[in-house]
Design a protein around this ligand. Structure first.
Ligand code: A3D
Length: 320
C-alpha cells in the first residue's frame, strides 16, 4: 500500500518540526510547502539526510507550488506569522486571515479529501475561516489547541505531584486564548480527579489555581523566553498526535477546536471541545456536562471567539 501523503503548509518553526516528527514516526511521505523560496526545499533535504541515521524511507519534498500537495491525506497548516513579546494571538488576525484565504483555496483545489489541521493563530477564528475558504466538510477541518494546552497542564501537574506524565490526564476546553478553560473536575492522576487530590492533601487549591493560570499563560511564557517567536516543539507534537489518530483510525478522544452545532448549546461555531478523531475526521463532539462555574468560563471563552469571528467578517465580507 502506498504511504500516506502529508502536506505541511508553512515550513517555519512548527512546519519544520512537523516534517521531522512525521519522518521519524514514519507517518508517510511529506510535502513541505511555503511561499519563501528555498526554505521548504532546504528543510526537506536536511530532514531527508537524517533518514540513513534514523532509518526511515519516507520521501521529503519541499515546494512553492500548491500542485505538489495534490492528493494529500493530511494537511497541517502553520502558514502565517507567530506573535512576538507583547503581542496577543488576536493581534495576528488581520495578516493571518489573508494567509488563510490563499491556503484554503490551495487546499480546496488540490487536496479536497484531506483531513486538515490548522495551527495558525488566532486559532479558533483561523480554523473557521480556513474551513470556509477551503470549502471542505466541517468534520475534515479542525484546529489544534486543546491537545497542546492540556499537555502544558499535564506537564505542570506531573511536576507538582511528582508522578509520571503518562498517568496525568487533563482537559482544557474553550477558545485558545486568555479565556481558555482548564477543567479541574475532568483532570486526573490515574483517574483521581484534581479536587479529590486537593482534599487528600496532595496539593492546595492555591497551588492548583497557580498551575491553571500558568497553563492559560503557557504560550506567552515561551514567547517571553524565546523573544523571537512562539513555541514550536510541543505544538508540532500535539498536531502529529491528531494526524496519527486520523491516519490510524485510532478513535482518540482529544480536545480540539471543532465545529460544534447542537452540543454545548452552540449553534454552529468552532471552539475547543472534546472530540473523537478517527478515519472519518472529527467523528463525534463529546458533549460533557459543565457545572455552573465551568459553564460561565466556557461561555466567556465562546464570546471571545465569537468576537474574533465577527472581526474576520468585518475584514472579509465573503465570510458568512
Ligand atoms: P514561523 O516560523 O514564522 O513559520 C510560518 C511560516 O509561514 C513561514 O515560513 C512563512 O514563510 C510561512 N508563510 C507566510 N505566509 C504564507 C502563505 N501565504 N502561504 C504559505 N506559507 C506562508 O511561525 P511558527 O511556525 O512558529 O508558527 C506558525 C503559526 O502557528 C503562527 O500563527 C503561530 O501563532 C501559531 N501557533 C499556534 C499554536 C497553537 O497552539 C494554536 C502554538 C504555537 C504557534
Amino acid at each position: 500500500m502506498a504511504r500516506p501523503k502529508i502536506a505541511l503548509i508553512g515550513a517555519g518553526q512548527i512546519g519544520g518540526t512537523l516534517a521531522h516528527l512525521a519522518a521519524i514516526k514514519e507517518l508517510g511521505d511529506v510535502i513541505l510547502f511555503d511561499i519563501a523560496e528555498g526554505t521548504p526545499q532546504g528543510k526537506a533535504l536536511d530532514i531527508a539526510e537524517s533518514g540513513p541515521s534514523e532509518g526511515f524511507d519516507a520521501v521529503m519534498k519541499g515546494t512553492n507550488d500548491y500542485a505538489d500537495i495534490a492528493g494529500a491525506d493530511v494537511c497541517i497548516v502553520t502558514a502565517g506569522v507567530p506573535r512576538k513579546p507583547g503581542m496577543s494571538r488576536d493581534d495576528l488576525l488581520g495578516i493571518n486571515l489573508k494567509v488563510m484565504k490563499s491556503v484554503g483555496e490551495g487546499i480546496g483545489k488540490h487536496a479536497p479529501n484531506a483531513f486538515v489541521i490548522c495551527i495558525t493563530n488566532p486559532l479558533d477564528a483561523m480554523v473557521w475561516a480556513l474551513q470556509q475558504f477551503s470549502g471542505l466538510p466541517v468534520e475534515k477541518v479542525v484546529g489544534m489547541a486543546g491537545v497542546l494546552d492540556s499537555a502544558r497542564f499535564r506537564h505542570f501537574l506531573s511536576v507538582e505531584f511528582n508522578v509520571s506524565m503518562k498517568d496525568v490526564t487533563a482537559f482544557v476546553l474553550g477558545g485558545h486564548g486568555d479565556t481558555m478553560v482548564p477543567l479541574s473536575r475532568y483532570s486526573t492522576v490515574a483517574g483521581i480527579p484534581l479536587p479529590d487530590l486537593v482534599e487528600m492533601g496532595w496539593t492546595t487549591q492555591e497551588k492548583l489555581d497557580a498551575i491553571i493560570q500558568r497553563t492559560r499563560d503557557g504560550g506567552a511564557e515561551i514567547v517571553g523566553l524565546l523573544k523571537t517567536g512562539s513555541a514550536f516543539y510541543a505544538p508540532a507534537t500535539s498536531a502529529i498526535e491528531m494526524a496519527e489518530a486520523y491516519l490510524k483510525d485510532q478513535k482518540r478522544l482529544l480536545p480540539c477546536a471543532a465545529y460544534v452545532k447542537g452540543a454545548f448549546g452552540l449553534d454552529g461555531m468552532y471552539v475547543g471541545v472534546p472530540t473523537i478523531i478517527g478515519a472519518g475526521g472529527i467523528e463525534k463532539v463529546v458533549d460533557i456536562k459543565l457545572n455552573k462555574d465551568e459553564q460561565v468560563m466556557f461561555d466567556k471563552s465562546v464570546d471571545a471567539v465569537k468576537g474574533l469571528v465577527e472581526a474576520c467578517k468585518g475584514i472579509d465580507p465573503t465570510l458568512v
